[in-house]
Ligand binder design. Structure first.
Ligand SMILES: *Cc1c(COP(=O)(O)O)cnc(C)c1O
Length: 370
């Protein structure tokens, strides 16, 4: 039987192939590979799509987090609050600014989003930013974090890499805090054909700083006012993102329909904990994540049956060897994130997944749990 991929990008490419080929031909003809009209056009369209003033294209999402933090003045001597359960990039970007990540546990409510009460308890005199991650495709409750941040003069910088098109109480993920960062890594809901990312903000000042830092600290050619990065979005990637952005709402709707089908197929399965949507959220289902007992055995059975399930993420951040300084958090520091890491299981999900493929996933899963 054929493999069911975790994320199958082939159908998505087929939908935009002609448009991308034509756009790339124009870029090649003009040999304008950095910046240019397509990057500006994408930045404007994406800012409007999210519902914020500024989008600054960058080379990848990890740089975008770091540059958004630096643009707001975060650096050595500061602390940033990040969830213990996320992709490594969130805490990695904090460390690269010179600031210290302060981890918080996630809520034990099936959403896997960071717990605002834990954030309030973790605030200290050095806290400069709170970084909620809109994990798996739904927005964290940023409206609860903003008053906590404001009381301490801290910023809320959203990690919106998994939430293209997500909304909270009708407001776009990426426009809920003071600034945001996102990734257009190929497997995201809106994916480039290589690395790309962006920072978002409603503030003219912050956007100016972001643009400066991402381009060698250079407001004009040969003028460099701060030490920056080389982290610009390629023109070829902007062409892909422009072609895909118009189709994103339909793709997200297809993901939502597929998530509903999984809910129906799996709701009777003993031991399976289904994902929960936080009230007020429009979830865009970047990942469909369940929890199961004996996860590694179940995952092995799925792989043996040609089903590419995954784990997001197998280790909480304080158990990742690269973060030697986070070893100060001992076993048991974040009980919910630590327990979940051994139980989480991501099932194949992409807009074009068929009901037949989902039924096969559910059948193999049921067999593995028996
Ligand atoms: C993908 C991702 C990133 C980083 O994006 P890159 O473009 O790969 O650097 C950051 N945070 C989260 C939550 C992500 O899923």
């Amino acid at each position: 039987m054929s493999t069911i991929r975790l994320v199958d990008l082939a159908a998505q490419h087929a939908a935009v192939a002609d448009e991308v080929a034509e756009g790339w031909r124009q870029v090649l003809d003009r040999t304008a590979f950095i910046g240019g009209a397509q990057v500006r056009a994408f930045e404007q369209e994406y800012a409007a799509f999210v519902g914020t003033r500024h989008c600054v294209g960058m080379a990848n999402g990890t740089d975008a987090i770091e540059i958004a933090l630096r643009a707001l003045g975060v650096g050595a001597g500061d602390e940033c609050i990040v969830p213990a359960n996320s992709f490594i990039a969130t805490a990695e970007a904090v460390c690269r600014t010179g600031a210290v990540p302060i981890l918080v546990d996630c809520a034990d409510d099936g959403t896997y989003l960071l717990d605002p009460d834990a954030v309030a308890a973790a605030m200290g005199p050095r806290t400069r930013a709170i970084i909620p991650v809109h994990l798996y495709g739904q927005a964290a409750p940023v409206e609860r974090l903003m008053p906590i941040a404001q009381r301490s003069g801290a910023w809320v910088v959203e990690d919106a890499a998994q939430a293209h098109g997500a909304r909270r109480h009708g407001i776009g993920a990426g426009s809920l805090g003071h600034a945001a960062a996102t990734s257009f890594y190929p497997g995201k809901n809106l994916g480039a054909y290589g690395d790309a990312g962006a920072a978002l903000t409603g503030s003219d000042d912050a956007a100016g700083q972001m643009r400066l830092i991402a381009n060698h600290g250079s407001p004009r050619k040969y003028e460099h006012t701060v030490l920056g990065f080389n982290s610009r979005m390629d023109t070829l990637q902007a062409v892909v993102l422009l072609a895909k952005l118009g189709r994103l709402p339909a793709w997200n709707a297809a993901r939502k329909a597929a998530a509903k089908r999984y809910d129906a197929l799996l709701s009777g399965l003993e031991g399976v904990i289904l994902p929960r949507v936080l009230d007020g959220n429009e979830h865009v289902w970047h990942l469909y994540v369940i929890r199961v007992p004996h996860r590694d055995r179940v995952l092995g059975r799925l792989h043996a049956a040609g089903i590419e399930a995954g784990i997001h993420y197998p280790f909480p951040i304080h158990r990742v060897p690269a973060f030697a300084e986070l070893a100060r958090y001992g076993e048991g520091s974040f009980p919910v994130a630590e327990r979940n890491a051994g139980e989480l299981l991501s099932l194949p999900l992409f807009p074009e997944i068929t009901p037949g493929q989902q039924e096969r996933v559910a059948a193999v899963l049921a067999g593995a749990l028996r």
